[in-house]
Design a protein around this ligand. Structure first.
Ligand SMILES: [Fe+2]
Length: 387
């Protein structure tokens, strides 16, 4: 039996405190630095520019990122790369920045792709690396985008998040410097950290799981549960920041070697419609999805192994308690407080969630009734229809 090839990271993963200095070892003429105002504020944007400068590399910044970037947004970034004739692309930010910059890099390297449809149609035939080296510097610990083969963009016509995937899209270099995350606000630490946990637990029960992904996902999930509360309680604790950064990258490696599942299928389908952060939606969905997937024997056994390693029996309860510890709202109602919008969009969100490729790939395939029930529980905390 042949399976899809696995790629665990790009050419180099550089990690540890001060590893950002690795930028001085890059070779090139012009770098585009994709980042955000928060990285300007914490001083790291200037530091990146100055490290590139000391390597003799000119650089220009691009800071125009929005939540849920559209195809038009990534096209704008690709035009920026083209005008600059960049031979290095640096993405310094969270998942949104790295994912969007990855697709900008794709468009820059494949200028024949001028429409959203053409990117989707030609996803398997991309050429990358001819123009520029892609370097990721994660500034949150969650997405794992620095080692993943996918970038997510939002279809502005129906507000659906669409992943673009190709093994060639794994960033060439990932620089994991935990010091960058010291100033990360509590809410971002919590939401991105739960996203990393979701990556591990979804990889674990994926039908594509294998010994490589399992080894990463088991230890990654346990480490997140142990270290995330510490990083949340004391953001200045460098050890917990370092552990969480590695957990996040491990999550990216785990889902690259297996796949994500239902929680991400729903999160991609509804995120832009309800305008809630990706990590927050996953935090609310994860305990519900664990219970739903537990009808699957292998999934149930794997969840139980993780729970037992943490000294308990019920993984869903552990995740729920972790969310509470991190002050994450346990329902979408508490997070967005817009019952009308939710009810108006419910049908569309259920249909889009059912069609998402990750939902289709989930170990238990939900039907429409299941999906409505899951969305109800995510929004109200109970299945309102069942009451
Ligand atoms: Fe995620």
């Amino acid at each position: 039996m042949t399976t899809a090839p696995i790629r665990l990271g790009g050419e180099r993963i550089v990690q540890g405190c001060g590893s950002i200095e690795y930028l001085k070892q890059l070779h090139g003429k012009r770098a585009a630095v994709f980042s955000t105002n928060s990285i300007v504020k914490n001083g790291y944007y200037e530091r990146i520019i100055s490290l590139l400068d000391s390597a003799g590399i000119e650089s220009e910044g691009y800071l125009k990122f929005r939540l849920n970037p559209s195809f038009e947004d990534v096209q704008d970034g690709a035009d920026f790369l083209k005008e600059l004739h960049a031979d290095i692309v640096v993405a310094a930010g969270g998942g949104t920045v790295m994912d969007a910059a990855k697709v900008m890099w794709v468009l820059y390297e494949n200028p024949q792709l001028k429409t959203f449809e053409s990117v989707i149609e030609n996803m398997d035939n991309l050429s990358l690396g001819g123009n520029a080296v892609f370097v990721c510097i994660p500034t949150t610990s969650g997405s794992g985008s620095e080692v993943s083969k996918s970038g997510v963009i939002t279809d502005s016509r129906d507000h659906r998040k669409v992943p673009i995937r190709n093994l060639m899209m794994v960033p060439n270099i990932a620089i994991l410097d935990p010091e960058i995350t010291l100033s990360l606000p509590k809410v971002l630490t919590a939401e991105t950290g739960i996203d990393a946990l979701t990556h591990h637990l979804e990889s674990l029960v994926s039908p594509k799981a294998n010994m490589i992904s399992d080894a990463i996902a088991y230890s990654g999930a346990l480490e997140v549960v142990r270290w995330l509360p510490k990083a949340y309680d004391n953001g200045e604790n460098l050890e917990s920041r370092e552990r969480m950064m590695l957990c996040s990258t491990m999550g990216g490696l785990a889902f690259s070697a297996a796949s994500l599942g239902l929680s991400h299928g729903i999160a991609h389908a509804i995120g832009a419609k309800v305008n809630l952060p990706h990590g927050l939606i996953n935090a609310i969905l994860l305990p519900i999805v664990i219970r739903f997937n537990s009808s699957h024997k292998i999934a149930r056994e794997k969840y139980s192994t993780v729970a037992k390693a943490l000294g308990e029996d019920d993984l869903s309860a552990i995740v729920q308690r972790l969310g509470k510890m991190l002050s994450i709202p346990d329902t979408m109602q508490k997070a967005m407080n817009d019952d009308r919008l939710f009810e108006e969009k419910l049908e569309e969100m259920a249909n889009d969630s059912l069609q998402d490729g990750l939902t289709i790939l989930n170990c238990v395939r939900p039907d429409k009734d299941d999906m409505i029930r899951i969305l109800h529980e995510a929004y109200y905390g109970t299945d309102k229809h069942a009451n």
